[in-house]
Design a protein around this ligand. Structure first.
Ligand SMILES: *[C@@H]1O[C@H](CO)[C@@H](O)[C@H](O)[C@H]1NC(C)=O
Ligand SMILES: *[C@@H]1O[C@H](CO)[C@@H](O)[C@H](O)[C@H]1NC(C)=O
Ligand SMILES: *[C@@H]1O[C@H](CO)[C@@H](O)[C@H](O)[C@H]1NC(C)=O
Ligand SMILES: *[C@@H]1O[C@H](CO)[C@@H](O)[C@H](O)[C@H]1NC(C)=O
Ligand SMILES: *[C@@H]1O[C@H](CO)[C@@H](O)[C@H](O)[C@H]1NC(C)=O
Ligand SMILES: *[C@@H]1O[C@H](CO)[C@@H](O)[C@H](O)[C@H]1NC(C)=O
Ligand SMILES: *[C@@H]1O[C@H](CO)[C@@H](O)[C@H](O)[C@H]1NC(C)=O
Ligand SMILES: *[C@@H]1O[C@H](CO)[C@@H](O)[C@H](O)[C@H]1NC(C)=O
Ligand SMILES: CC(=O)N[C@H]1CO[C@H](CO)[C@@H](O)[C@@H]1O
Length: 325
């Protein structure tokens, strides 16, 4: 009865946006609800970073009993499996997820973070990008999470094949207050990247960005449109039938984020992050990634941050059809 009344009030309320995303029953997207989603999506990582049972319990209290979780290839269903995946690291280690950006649109959040593992004396061991999409139910409890890490990069850092970044404080990026029309348009542009790619038109992706766009991926920063286009063409020969599909395109202010699936056959020599060349195996891999894009006033991308494990194409966890492998 309470939700029916809230629904009636929402119909007459001017500040309330009504929407019912597929699969989320009883959802009423008023400002109070959306700020609760923002609060909860910003709570998980500080709680996790305490590395205590209390922190894990606090997070488990913010999820639905049947929460659907995907942590870098490991799928779980239910609160117990969610909590197990967040277990504090073994003694001597400290794990921190430090947020760089949190975009909230309705009942969904896209989060870009640094995943940092140090010794208990703050010596840096691993620092990679962590990206997550979180979907919340009508009570703003987490009902589905996809968490994307860079395990290939983590392995390369551990063996010394990839350089560790210097330890710097991680700050939350500001989100500019833009009109709904502006944000609508940048979401369309964010969706254009995979459309162009699937049309064998990756070079057009450079034109969606500024000439000096900052491109962050695989633990490296580079500058310029060619670096951006390279993110889309680098598997041209190794995975010739690669297809990329956006699952989510979210926007807030001057930022957009996508969660996407990429799938294809490893059909010629594949180069791992540590430089090792792996032979083709004719097998299909299916992987998830996320992209975060900051747009300037002219509607061009000036920061493009990709979170996707390059080495997923040599990781059995990402076989598209394990039974046939
Ligand atoms: C969420 O809201 C609670 C209660 O108002 C507050 O104590 C907490 O600091 C907020 N957390 C975040 C991450 O904003
Ligand atoms: C730090 O880790 C070492 C093991 O590497 C352990 O012996 C020590 O007790 C830990 N110190 C603290 C403060 O947890
Ligand atoms: C954002 O801009 C809108 C319209 O320009 C304005 O009504 C609103 O108060 C602004 N919000 C913030 C947080 O500045
Ligand atoms: C890779 O993609 C780019 C951009 O679409 C295209 O120009 C190039 O010919 C492709 N290269 C190969 C080897 O398929
Ligand atoms: C490639 O993208 C450009 C720029 O958006 C567009 O003008 C052109 O029609 C596209 N070509 C194909 C084959 O999709
Ligand atoms: C890479 O660029 C991002 C975004 O501008 C920035 O936060 C980060 O500090 C840069 N990293 C390095 C190593 O320059
Ligand atoms: C993979 O390579 C084989 C042998 O060259 C070829 O017959 C097949 O069509 C290729 N498949 C894809 C998806 O490129
Ligand atoms: C790269 O990583 C793979 C898998 O961990 C390993 O087998 C290989 O020896 C590594 N190559 C180098 C050059 O470190
Ligand atoms: C144990 C712990 O750190 N709990 C915190 C988890 O996040 C919520 C919401 O931000 C805080 O209120 C808790 O204190």
């Amino acid at each position: 009865m309470k939700s029916a009344l809230a629904y009636m009030l929402a119909l007459v309320g001017s500040s309330t946006k009504l929407e019912e995303p597929i699969g989320t029953s009883g959802l009423l997207l008023n400002d109070e609800y959306v700020s609760l989603v923002a609060n909860h999506s910003a709570s998980f990582h500080p709680n996790f970073s305490k590395n205590t049972i209390q922190g894990v319990r606090a997070n488990a209290a913010l999820v639905t009993p049947d929460v659907d979780s995907f942590f870098s290839g490991l799928s779980g269903l239910g609160r117990v499996q969610f909590a197990q995946a967040l277990a504090p690291p073994p003694g001597g280690l400290r794990a921190q997820f430090l947020d760089r950006l949190i975009i909230v649109e309705g009942n969904t959040a896209a989060i870009l973070s640094a995943s940092r593992i140090t010794t208990n004396t703050s010596q840096l061991l691993i620092q990679t990008t962590l990206a997550e999409t979180m979907i919340f139910d009508k009570d703003a409890l987490l009902s589905r999470i996809v968490s994307i890490g860079e395990s290939g990069l983590a392995a390369a850092q551990q063996t010394g094949a990839a350089k560790l970044p210097s330890v710097e404080p991680i700050a939350l990026n500001p989100i500019a207050n833009k009109s709904a029309g502006y944000t609508f348009k940048i979401k369309e542009k964010a969706a254009q990247f995979n459309i162009n790619f699937n049309n064998q038109n990756s070079s057009a992706n450079g034109l969606l960005a500024t000439e000096d766009v900052t491109v962050v991926s695989d633990g490296r920063n580079s500058t310029g449109r060619a670096a951006l286009v390279n993110l889309f063409t680098r598997y041209n020969t190794s995975i010739p039938d690669l297809v990329q599909h956006d699952e989510f395109v979210l926007g807030q202010g001057n930022w957009a984020a996508t969660e996407y699936i990429f799938q294809g056959t490893r059909n010629s020599t594949f180069t791992m992050l540590n430089g090792t060349e792996v032979k083709p195996n004719g097998v299909q891999y299916r992987v998830r990634g996320m992209r975060f894009m900051r747009f300037n006033d002219a509607g061009l991308v000036d920061l493009f941050w990709q979170a996707a494990d390059n080495d997923a194409f040599v990781n059995p966890a990402y076989l598209a059809s394990p039974i046939f492998a």
